[in-house]
Structure formats: structure tokens, C-alpha cells
Design a protein around this ligand. Structure first.
Ligand code: PG9
Length: 617
């Protein structure tokens, strides 16, 4: 009997296509589920339908809706496990919302996963860069209009939340917003892909974009670059240049990659899609809680930039708030007890969701809403391990910490002098000890990696204070003012601000002498006269290169030292600067990559310094 039953099953076995259809249509939500899950395709003004999942606890009434517009699969975001318990089904970070009376809505953006239409990476607003009738602002508007009409359990109020790409869409929803949009939480939003978010930083190209872009071509079957398990340092070096690497892996077929490589300069294409610039032109009508991780390896620039752009419009200091937590990119949505070897005071991500995100949404969206009291600035002071609030940001007085002779770093201006090193594009300074893989935890935690692995290299200049006798507390983005010259015609400069832990630590030996980066940032020398006007550097001439490190709230504790490292490459995350003049580094040939001697000047008229936003607290 058993055999014949098996035979019967085989005889009726569906084909692969039938199987897919069956799986698609199998309703895994059973009657005993403690939630309702509705799947709808919402029509936009041009007829394109966007795939949307609405999920909430059974029995909800008069409830606010919390929307995320995502390129990362709305179905997956609402079926983490195929459980009948909503806390298991939604993303981990959404438990707090579904447990506190929210209707959670996820929508696939155009061209991604279940949605119709064409996918455009960071689709710009309608206008010079987008000639269609739609953009993320109109799609959000239309979606909210539909939701308010068709979700009877809702109270008609909508909030948005999301990190990174989803933070970008949470911001775009505030452009000419639907009046039902009452609040938004853009977490590490991608705002300006050239100045400091995913694709470039201050003009230096970030190769991380290759894997990311490919992963976004889901409908074309994209995934990660098929580069195997070897050292990415070797792979990129052997390729010769970023563009040769892209060619070798067939990446130039990807429109998003081609576009980015075609625009190496901060031209109208980049400027026109910078979200902070777009928002600055419009009235501020939607309350916003922006946030970013202190060690955000992807989008450290966006949230503080939007905060700065909108603050002048926030006359009562109650519409826009900025938060900085001790997290990696999107770390706020996971468990925030640690990052690499760093341990914090409890689960800082959970604390933030409970103390700030939920109350912020409740007061703007709930029917009988409590009064809003979200502080203007909420930061976690790393080093001291405590949450702090501020009325403004930055919240310190900029004070120069000068580079000087004999590897010194001091609040007193030193005598004039200089240090030189040879930057050899054939031996770029690695971002991490090799072998390097820019994925998984290695990528997520690379910004907190101990910098001792490079501080003895002859092409890494290291400057340090003595042991601190009292704390130095900084709140803001440290500013680099580097006076440097090169024998080449172009050069990158990388500055790292580092907290050096005491040499002895028997309680936690991993941290003994640890060189913890509190900010690593690059500047491509050709942009010294302006991001839109690259020009060759004059060999031997001293220039003042100025840029900012990421925003932090950090206390350098007594017993620690403050260190600054200067180098001219950070490989393979940043493509190498050939150091000879080529109009576009994307077209550099092997012969263009030449050694150069870089000179860091200090004291006198060329007093290199990192300006720290020091607070008296
Ligand atoms: N940092 C990613 C990204 C955002 C927007 C555009 C491109 C990449 C992300 O994590 O979503």
C-alpha cells in the first residue's frame, strides 16, 4: 500500500512551474494566527501597481499605520518566520510597533520584487533627472491615499520608518507629502551618494558599490560579484583600477554601476539628487526623527546633513530631531549591546526604540496621543556609556588639536615643520588586515577595527597626545584642516581620529592599547578647489585640504590618548588615486599610477589640525 501511495504521489507530482504557483498561492497564515496579513497591489497614478503587505495584530481598531517602502522585499519583511505569532513574523525591530498597536505596512518600490514598473537606483525626483510622471514622493502620496481609504482598522494617520535605502524612501515621502503623513524616522538615510554616503566619499570612489548594485538587480537574477573567497585587496590590485574590475566581472551591464562610473565628479547629476538640497528648498511639514550610527560604514553623511539643512526651518526646535547611537549601519534595528570588541551599557538599540522611536511615533500618530517631548538631539556618549540630550548640534566649541614634530598632537600650536612619506599605488594601505572580504561582520565592523595593524607603516603618519589627565568630550563632526603638499599631481588624504586605550587592561585584555577609530574619512585632492571643479595639484605647493569626519558623541577618558593618523590610500574600499593627472580616474591606465612623496605640514602658516567640537560637560 505504501508503495502504491508513493507511486500515486509521483504520478501527480507537479512540474516546477506548478510548484512555484502552488507555493505562491499557499496561504501560510492559518486561522489560529494572532494577526491579519493582507497582500494588495496598490495602483499608482500612472497605473503601475506596487506590491504591498499590511500586517497587524487581530482586533486592532483606530490604529496608526507605519509604512516602509523598500527595495528589499516586502513579503520577506513580513514573513521572517512562517509562524502564527506576529512577533516571529515581522522583522525583529518591528516587534515593538506591532505589540503597541501599529498596523505595519511594507511596499516594494517600483521594479523590485512583487512590484510592477522600472527600477531606478535612488530614483531622483521628477524634473531634470526624471522625466516621468512619478517618483518616490508621488508613489508615497498615492500609497498613503489608498491606505487611508482601504484599511478600515486605521485611524487615518501614517508614519514612515526605514534604514538606508528605506531611510531614503522615508525622506522622499516628505517631499510635497500626503497630509496623512504625520511623522517619519529616516534611519541612516542615503542622502548624497557623492559627498559621503554609499558611492563616493569626498570624491573617492567606494568599490563596495559593486556588490551592492548587483544585489539590487534581483529581477535580472543578480547577486554578489562572483569573486570567490580570495583576498579582495589582491583582486582589486590585480584588476588595475575600479573600472577594469567592473569590466572583468561584467558589471558595466548594470545601469546603476555605469551611471555612477560615468559621473566621477560632483556634477549636476549628483547635486540634483542630493536629498538634503531638495528638502532645503521646501517647507518643513512632517516631524522627523533622523538617526545614524556612530560607526556607520555606509551612510554616515545623510542624517546629519538633512538635520543641518532643515534646522533653520525648525523655528521652535520641535520638528526635526537627530539621534546618534553606538551602532554600525542599521544597527538600531538589531541588538545593540556590542560592536566588534566594544561593549555598551545594555541593549542600546532596544533602549532607543523604547525610549525615543515609539514615543515619537505615538505622539504624532495615535488617536489619543500623549504630548510630544522628543529632544532635539539624542546621542549616546561612547566612552562614558550614557544617553545624552542636546538642544543643538554640533554641541561643542571647535578647538584645534595640532599635529606637530616627533609624532605629537597637542592643543598648543607647535613650531613649524613637516613630515614626509612615500605613497606607492602598488602598495596601498589596507583598510583591514589581509585577507579582506568586504562582506558579513568584517564589513559591518570594519570602522571599529584596531588601527595598530598599520601605525608602524612608513606610509602612515601617526600623531598622538600624551596620556590624558582629564576627559575630552566631543559632540559633533570633527573637522580636518590638513596642510599638505605632494610631488604628484593628485593625491588622496585619509585622516583617522583614534581613541588609544591604556596599555594595561587585565580585566579586558582585548582592549589593552586598542586604537579605536572615532572617525575615518578620505578626501580626494583634485577637489581642493571645489567638488564640481577638479584640477591638478601643483607639485610642491602646500594646500589646505578641509573635510569633516563623521558625527560623534564621544568621551576620550583619562588614561587614554588621542591619536591622528594620516595616509594616502584606504584599499580596497576606496579606488586608488593614480597620483598623476588624468581627467577621470575611472579612465586611468596602469602607467598613470605613480609613486608620490606626500608632505604633511604643521605649525606656522600651515598648522595642520583636527578641530574637535569640545563640550564642557
Ligand atoms: N547603504 C545601502 C544603500 C542605500 C541606498 C542606495 C544604495 C545603497 C543600504 O543599506 O540600503
Amino acid at each position: 500500500l505504501a508503495l502504491s501511495t508513493t507511486a500515486a504521489i509521483h504520478a501527480a507530482a507537479p512540474t516546477d512551474t506548478m510548484m512555484n504557483e502552488l507555493v505562491e498561492s499557499y496561504d501560510w497564515v492559518r486561522p489560529q494566527a494572532n494577526f491579519v496579513r493582507r497582500v494588495v497591489d496598490i495602483p499608482m497614478r500612472d497605473g503601475v501597481k506596487l506590491h504591498t503587505v499590511i500586517i497587524f495584530r487581530k482586533g486592532l481598531k483606530d490604529a496608526p499605520m507605519l509604512l516602509t517602502r523598500t527595495p528589499y522585499d516586502a513579503e520577506a519583511a513580513t514573513s521572517r518566520n512562517r509562524s502564527q505569532d506576529i512577533d516571529e513574523v515581522v522583522r525583529y525591530s518591528d516587534q515593538i510597533f506591532v505589540d503597541n498597536g501599529y498596523i505595519r505596512v511594507f511596499q516594494d518600490i517600483r521594479g523590485q520584487h512583487g512590484s510592477e514598473g522600472e527600477y531606478v537606483m535612488n530614483r531622483p525626483l521628477r524634473g531634470a533627472l526624471n522625466h516621468t510622471r512619478t517618483d518616490h514622493a508621488t508613489d508615497t502620496y498615492d500609497t498613503i491615499a489608498w491606505l487611508v481609504k482601504h484599511v478600515p482598522e486605521s485611524n487615518g494617520n501614517v508614519g514612515m520608518i526605514g534604514s538606508s535605502y528605506e531611510g531614503f524612501t522615508a525622506l522622499m515621502g516628505t517631499v510635497d507629502p500626503n497630509p496623512a503623513l504625520k511623522a517619519t524616522i529616516p534611519q541612516s538615510p542615503m542622502v548624497d551618494g557623492w559627498i559621503g554616503d554609499d558611492w563616493f566619499h569626498n570624491g573617492a570612489y567606494r568599490t563596495f558599490g559593486f556588490d551592492y548594485d548587483l544585489s539590487q538587480t534581483v529581477k535580472q537574477g543578480g547577486g554578489a560579484v562572483p569573486k570567490g573567497t580570495g583576498d579582495e585587496y589582491t583582486a582589486y590590485l590585480n584588476a588595475g583600477s575600479a573600472i577594469e574590475y567592473a569590466k572583468a566581472y561584467g558589471l558595466l551591464k548594470m545601469p546603476a554601476i555605469r551611471k555612477v562610473l560615468e559621473h566621477p565628479t560632483y556634477d549636476a547629476w549628483w547635486q540634483g539628487q542630493a536629498v538634503d538640497k531638495q528638502l532645503a528648498k521646501r517647507p518643513l511639514t512632517v516631524p522627523m526623527l533622523l538617526l545614524v550610527g556612530e560607526w556607520d560604514q555606509e551612510d554616515s553623511y545623510g542624517a546629519p546633513a538633512v538635520y543641518q539643512a532643515l534646522e533653520p526651518k525648525d523655528v521652535n526646535n520641535d520638528m526635526v530631531s537627530l539621534a546618534i547611537g553606538p551602532w554600525r549601519h542599521s544597527g538600531v534595528n538589531y541588538v545593540g549591546r556590542s560592536l566588534g570588541p566594544l561593549q555598551f551599557a545594555g541593549d542600546t538599540a532596544k533602549q532607543f526604540r523604547e525610549r525615543y522611536e515609539l514615543p515619537f511615533l505615538d505622539c504624532h500618530l495615535k488617536t489619543q496621543a500623549p504630548k510630544c517631548d522628543t529632544p532635539p538631539v539624542i546621542t549616546y556618549a561612547t566612552g562614558a556609556d550614557r544617553w545624552e540630550v542636546s538642544q543643538k548640534w554640533p554641541d561643542g566649541t571647535y578647538t584645534p588639536l595640532y599635529l606637530g614634530a616627533k609624532a605629537s598632537l597637542s592643543f598648543t600650536k607647535p613650531d613649524a615643520g613637516s613630515d614626509s612619506y612615500v605613497s606607492d599605488p602598488a602598495k596601498p594601505v589596507p583598510m583591514l588586515p589581509r585577507p579582506i572580504h568586504m562582506e558579513g561582520n568584517e564589513w559591518k565592523e570594519w570602522l571599529v577595527h584596531d588601527q595598530r595593524f598599520v601605525d608602524g607603516r612608513p606610509d602612515v603618519m601617526t600623531y598622538s597626545t600624551g596620556v590624558l589627565s582629564k576627559p575630552v568630550h566631543i559632540k559633533g563632526a570633527p573637522k580636518v584642516d590638513l596642510h599638505a603638499s605632494t610631488t604628484g599631481q593628485d593625491s588622496d588624504f585619509v585622516v583617522k581620529l583614534i581613541d588609544v586605550y591604556p596599555e594595561e587592561n587585565s580585566a579586558n585584555p582585548v582592549m589593552a592599547g586598542y586604537e579605536l577609530p572615532m572617525g575615518i574619512e578620505i578626501f580626494r585632492g583634485r577637489y581642493v578647489h571645489g567638488f564640481a571643479t577638479p584640477a591638478p595639484l601643483e607639485p610642491g605647493k602646500t594646500y589646505a585640504f578641509k573635510w569633516s569626519l563623521p558625527n560623534v558623541d564621544h568621551v576620550f577618558l583619562p588614561g587614554h590618548r588621542i591619536m591622528v593618523q594620516v595616509q594616502s590610500s584606504l584599499f580596497p574600499l576606496y579606488d586608488r588615486n593614480p597620483q598623476s593627472w588624468v581627467p577621470s580616474i575611472m579612465d586611468a591606465m596602469p602607467k598613470d599610477y605613480v609613486k608620490a612623496t606626500e608632505t604633511v605640514h604643521y605649525g606656522g602658516d600651515a598648522a595642520s589640525a583636527v578641530w574637535l567640537p569640545i563640550t564642557g560637560d
